[in-house]
Design a protein around this ligand. Sequence first.
Ligand SMILES: NC(=O)c1ccc[n+]([C@@H]2O[C@H](COP(=O)([O-])OP(=O)(O)OC[C@H]3O[C@@H](n4cnc5c(N)ncnc54)[C@H](O)[C@@H]3O)[C@@H](O)[C@H]2O)c1
Length: 363
Amino acid sequence: MHSIRIIGAGSIGNHLANAARAFGWHVTLTDNDPAALDRARNSIYPQRYGKWDDEIVLKDSRAAITDPADVVFIGTPPDTHIAIANAVLDAVTPKAIIIEKPLAGPDLAGCAALHARVKKAGIFGGVGYNHTLGRNTVAAEAMVKSGKLGPISTISARTREHWGGIFKAHPWLAGPAASYLGFSSRGGGATGEHSHGINIWQHFANLIGAGRVTEVTATLEMSNDGGTLYDSLCFATLKTENGLTGDVIQDVVTAPPEKSCRIQGRDGFVDWRVGYRPGHDAVLEGTGEQTHETLIAKTRADDFKAEIAHLQDVLSGKADHSPIALERGLDTMMVIAAIFKSHETARRVSIDWSKGYSPDALL
Ligand SMILES: NC(=O)c1ccc[n+]([C@@H]2O[C@H](COP(=O)([O-])OP(=O)(O)OC[C@H]3O[C@@H](n4cnc5c(N)ncnc54)[C@H](O)[C@@H]3O)[C@@H](O)[C@H]2O)c1
């Protein structure tokens, strides 16, 4: 049986705890705030999953820092991720360390050093872009790989979702100013919080062999209500090293939400959808006049079960590659950083990957 130590007993920490328990894992859920541990046990977990699971060990995160575990999962706010990951690696060497998205703030502070450290330790590093593991993604990949679409003309991704849903899942937060969400510099705002859009775009670009993103042009809409400073809208055009051009839109204002990624080829398209119908993701496929819809039943808990199932494959050596590998999360961080630089300088930003995961790579 595998063990997981989860740091951060908030919304995501509870999801991961529940998913790991569904696979029989030994779970320690930790936080540096005793109120968060109480909330996990008495409200978040029982409200979501019916009742508290007595097998889950609750512990202060500082007291648990030297506790061994196969997997350490960091589900705290983005501006704490890198420091916590370094503190974990100072204390123990787990088999895998998984950090929630976005990995860091758009200044990329600590990204390159953490990557070097994880590589040197020879452990699996991951970032929680778990949409890449969904059944809709697997189905869309098969369709793209079938070759029926012909040469791919463009990819277009949307993660447009009013963040009222996030605040509903966090009733203890007064609003955007009360957390990282209201601050782009801390990994909040549309570009950081909804970076699943950038990541899924890169996922399908990798799949078709388009290579990494080398040019980014972006416009953001910034908001500063009530002491916040965040991007509410993000429009980005991306170009890869092999010449694929496409776009990503992410926002925190669209209701009902739209989460999609269209891979458009000369002879047809595949449209990847999240929450296409209540309780269902979908993949739409079209060639010629015909469009075919595949509905995929899914609960929110399933997103995290797919992640734990993948981690089991990683730990057992069955996974020959990982769409949630640290490098893929860092690739997304570089595009996030380039988006902010493009907006701030009002020009196209190039990414020179030979310079590593650092601001020096943004030209
Ligand atoms: N992959 C996904 O689909 C998904 C979904 C939701 C959130 N997330 C990500 O998960 C992360 C956390 O989001 P959330 O909604 O769970 O936040 P949250 O506010 O619900 O929970 C964060 C918890 O971390 C704790 N914490 C903060 N600093 C800490 C520290 N230094 N040590 C220990 N605990 C600390 C807080 O007390 C809090 O309980 C964010 O990066 C977010 O983007 C990912």
